[in-house]
Ligand binder design. Sequence first.
Ligand SMILES: Cc1ncc(COP(=O)(O)O)c(C=O)c1O
Length: 360
Amino acid sequence: MLNCRKCILNLKPYVPGKPIEEVKRELGIDDIIKLASNENPLGASPIAIEAIKQAADGVSLYPDGSCFDLRNAMAKHLSVEPDMLIFGSGGDEVIFHLAMAYLDPDSEIIQADPTFSEYGTAATIMDAKVIAVPLKDWTHDLTAMLCEVNERTRIFVITNPNNPSGTIVSADEVEAVLDRLPEQCILLLDEAYYEYVDDPAYTRAIEWVIQGRNVLILRTFSKIYGLAGLRIGYGIAPKHIISALERVRMPFNVNSIAQIAAVASLADPNQVARSREMNKTGKDYLYKELQRLGVSYTPTQANFVWIDTGLDSKEVFTELLKRGVIVRTGDIFGCPTHIRVTTGTQAQNERFIATLTEVL
Ligand SMILES: Cc1ncc(COP(=O)(O)O)c(C=O)c1O
């Protein structure tokens, strides 16, 4: 009998936000908005889109496996050395690089619960033990997480801001954790929503990387840069960590168009500023309207809001879907009355509120 590895038997395939085309096919409606996957409703930078068109001619060639141009542009952008960077097919892939490089069946990873699913998935594939520590007031309970650290701990994850709750922990709190982690352990600081955060107490993680501490910062072009469809993310870490990750990276893991689009995106700071501004306006509008409706939510530092409807989230999801609004149900995060809603354009936010009002 052909058996797959035991450790993957309980894994379930990732459930993505429902694609617009699928809803069109299933429900026969055309006017659909997707607020389910924390994408940027403004799209990518026009400069990046132009660069993508120009890059089409080069697709018969393999991409540059070392991401030379992007590596140098990013190193300059962040003021780090080029070899403190690793690029992946989405931040997701960098999470897998980290797991492949550091986890084995005797090791453990500590993360929050609920949080982004892929750390747990990658660790499970490596047959490592996943320790998930419940959030406290929707924020990482760092004290409880630290209590789980032992000699088998290899990766300690802080998702900052956390997905799905949108909350952050301050740089001082993160540094206090870093000071207490044993030397065989890496702090994975997932900052996928970094560019949206406006709390001044937020991260100074690049400093720790430059000091050579055991930190991997994860960031992505999928969110504020609007390149989710091209799949490109990156890790920033001291050279000794990057060189371990490079050993497990596949030769041409980041496609040529993604590399060119990412370089072009870095050259357009206006798009980031516009997106931040629109997100802020969108958040304020959603807060005001949710308060008016008497619906509770968790204030967010990201581009999505975690909302407790008090009702079965699958039913709320289905009713919103029938009216052309796609959101994310909380049940996949173990929160059966919550929904997670990406901030959209003003028109999309207004439509979401009008539809939610009808559904509730
Ligand atoms: C917290 C967090 N980290 C990482 C990712 C991975 O993003 P990507 O693989 O698109 O770069 C996501 C995507 O939703 C996320 O929410």
